[in-house]
Design a protein around this ligand. Structure first.
Ligand SMILES: [Zn+2]
Length: 170
């Protein structure tokens, strides 16, 4: 399964490369087309291949075909990805938060995420350039709120929205 984080990072790169703007509704539709059919580890190499050689912005089917090619050349990846039990991140390897951000002297909140420092369940799914934190470290960060599972579900619906969706703090 393709993580939303991985999808968002690399799909954004692809859109930038092709100077393409998709509405948040379209981006959500793309994700729902790919989510269950693209292995997480294949997505970055697939997007790299498209950036290297595609003449036009791809269709979902183009991505599915490339992901299938990738799987054929990495048969060992078809095995179930082993995860250890981790209470810090509900074994997802990712801790999602709502973080304050100052922009043009106004305070906004934005959804973002950290790698879980307690486990390695993020391996093969998130790059090490994404900062890793323990849950208690995040709990001590001022103004930052760790999202509950329910809030995370909601985040998937709203994360690709435009900046006016970001609420100033009162
Ligand atoms: Zn963890």
């Amino acid at each position: 399964m393709l993580d939303f984080e991985t999808f968002q990072i690399h799909f954004t790169r692809l859109m930038k490369w092709f100077n393409k703007k998709e509405t948040s509704v379209n981006v959500d539709m793309w994700y729902s087309r790919l989510r269950d059919r693209v292995p997480n580890e294949s997505f970055e190499p697939v997007i790299n291949a498209l950036i290297d050689s595609a003449k036009y912005f791809p269709t979902p089917q183009d991505i599915l075909n490339l992901a299938q090619d990738w799987l054929l050349s990495h048969p060992e990846k078809q095995a179930y990805h082993h995860e250890t039990h981790c209470p810090e991140c509900r074994s997802t390897g990712v801790i999602k938060v709502r973080a304050p951000e100052r922009r043009a002297s106004q305070l906004f909140h934005r959804n973002t995420f950290y790698r879980c420092k307690h486990c390695k369940n993020w391996e093969g799914r998130l790059g090490t350039w994404i900062p890793a934190k323990f849950r208690w470290e995040l709990e001590k960060m001022r103004g930052l709120e760790i999202l509950t599972e329910r809030q995370e579900q909601k985040e998937i619906e709203t994360v690709a929205g435009d900046p006016k969706d970001l609420l100033p703090e009162f």
